[in-house]
Design a protein around this ligand. Structure first.
Ligand SMILES: [Zn+2]
Length: 423
């Protein structure tokens, strides 16, 4: 294929994904605005008109901001690729780092510089989102000091984990021959498995405190539930989510001995003991149905395909030239190929996201059904409503938008599915 073919394919995917994103976002905003003043019939009596309007306003504010972020992200993507940003960065590092420190240092410098510039470009959006939008709706608890310390910690953790991993992958790319992508995939898969153990036990505690449930009566109640479900007795933690945000949540994560259910303290404060038990039962449903395993298997399959594709693309000079980069003659092209691939993939992968979202929503229904069998469906329903209201999630999303983006089914669908699961 010629360079122009790559340019055309990339431009086409970018335009189509952009059109789809704007179409979906405007649909969602129109739909939410249209239903702003009318609580849906199923929720009349349980959700106040004020709470409903607040959910609509929050969704609209995030939607408008999302459109701006998408437009900016597209400009940045074009800047890196067709407009020559990555090429310029590459040439600069090739001239300065490569002669003095060698090929590996040059390649790592390229990856690090790219990541740092990208993070710096995203920073204003993160600041605005946290200190304007979240603040305006009363969700933000983050102080500027904490924001800066998070940023520093994130950068340090990213460098500590990212640089050795990148060095390993680059070494494999250079040393393992034509099938390097298969070995790189093995390394990547192992790294992800290790991360699933390290993240909950080592990394997350750098940012938050995780403690066992303090309330003894409640603890006894959830112990018996966990025993019934065959889950490790020490697997429930309360996290001080209130340090950063008033948003409430609970999640299930980890692998093997590191698996755990995490409740945000913000959620715990709001729920009755019965509701806590029902939410925990939902999370244990994810454990029982092995949803983490299934998600990992899907991710591994996808990354194998992606790496095989990269294995082939990285040998095509036209792939580099078509996306605005001159391949190196005197240095390895591996880091360059990785970056270019990471830039070019998302517009294509966007059209796969509804499939992921579909499976994710199905897992939520399965976990809800499990929760109804192990605990009270009534309690789960009221807990879900509280979660929705506390997070100002809209009750009236656009159905098409839901299909594309929602990892969790909308409240109306989840609640409607509960009685069937709990006869
Ligand atoms: Zn869930």
């Amino acid at each position: 294929m010629h360079g122009f073919t790559y340019t055309a394919l990339f431009a086409l995917a970018l335009l189509m994904s952009l059109a789809a994103k704007f179409w979906l976002a405007t649909r969602q905003m129109r739909h939410v605005a249209h239903h702003r003043d009318q609580v849906p019939p199923a929720f009349v009596g349980t959700v106040t008109p004020q709470a409903h309007r607040r959910g609509a306003d929050y969704t609209l504010a995030k939607g408008r901001f999302g459109l701006l972020a998408t437009a900016f992200g597209t400009l940045v993507l074009l800047g890196w690729t067709l407009l020559g940003g990555l090429d310029a960065l590459n040439q600069a590092l090739l001239d300065t780092v490569q002669p003095r420190f060698g090929s590996m240092a040059y390649q790592l410098a390229l990856l690090a510089a790219f990541a740092l510039i990208g993070a710096a470009l995203d920073l204003p959006f993160e600041v605005y989102s946290t200190f304007r939008i979240e603040q305006r709706f009363g969700f933000n608890r983050m102080t500027p000091g904490l924001f800066v310390s998070d940023l520093a910690k994130n950068t340090a953790v990213g460098a500590l984990i990212g640089l050795p991993l990148a060095a390993l992958i680059l070494w494999i790319m250079g040393a393992a021959g034509a099938l390097w992508w298969l070995w790189a995939w093995v390394a990547w898969a192992l790294f992800n498995l290790v991360l699933l153990v390290l993240y909950p036990t080592v990394i997350a505690p750098l940012f938050n405190k995780f403690e066992p449930l303090a309330d003894a009566a409640l603890a006894a109640r959830v112990q018996s539930l966990m025993q019934r479900c065959g889950f490790a007795a020490q697997g429930l933690f309360v996290m001080d989510g209130s340090r950063r945000s008033a948003h409430a949540n609970a999640y299930f994560t980890g692998l093997g001995a590191a698996k755990r259910v995490v409740f945000f303290d913000t959620l715990l404060q709001r729920l009755s003991p019965g509701e806590v038990e029902a939410v925990l039962a939902h999370e244990l449903g994810h454990f029982n149905h092995r949803h983490v395993h299934k998600r990992i298997a899907g991710m591994f399959a996808f990354s194998l395909l992606a790496l095989a594709l990269l294995g082939w693309l990285s040998t095509q000079a036209a792939f580099f030239e078509g996306l605005g980069v001159t391949p190196n003659l005197q240095a390895p092209n591996d880091a360059l190929a990785l970056l270019l691939f990471m830039l070019a993939l998302p517009p294509f992968a966007f059209f796969v996201s509804p499939v992921m979202a579909h499976f994710s929503r199905r897992h939520e229904f399965e976990a809800d059904a499990y929760a109804c069998a192990q605990a009270s469906g009534q309690d789960l329903a009221s807990a879900l409503l509280k979660l929705h209201e506390d997070n100002a999630a809209t009750l009236t999303p656009d159905p098409m938008y839901v299909r594309f983006y929602y990892s969790h089914p909308p409240a109306s669908e989840r609640l409607a599915a509960l009685p069937a699961a709990n006869p």
